[in-house]
Design a protein around this ligand. Structure first.
Ligand SMILES: [Zn+2]
Ligand SMILES: [Zn+2]
Length: 51
């Protein structure tokens, strides 16, 4: 089941957190993949924000 990212949420981070958990499966709990870390460090790109 996929849920669309709510308005204002980063689509990539939402996807990873809710719809594509296997992307994070190999990571420790609460650990993030490089893409998500990049977003946390540099901010979420505007074109990836749901509107
Ligand atoms: Zn993001
Ligand atoms: Zn991720």
């Amino acid at each position: 089941m996929t849920r669309p990212a709510p308005r204002g949420q980063c689509r990539q981070c939402w996807e990873h957190a809710h719809n594509s958990r296997r992307i994070h499966k190999h990571l420790a709990p609460r650990e993030n993949c490089p893409e998500c870390v990049n977003h946390m460090t540099n901010g979420h790109p505007h074109h990836m924000t749901a509107k």
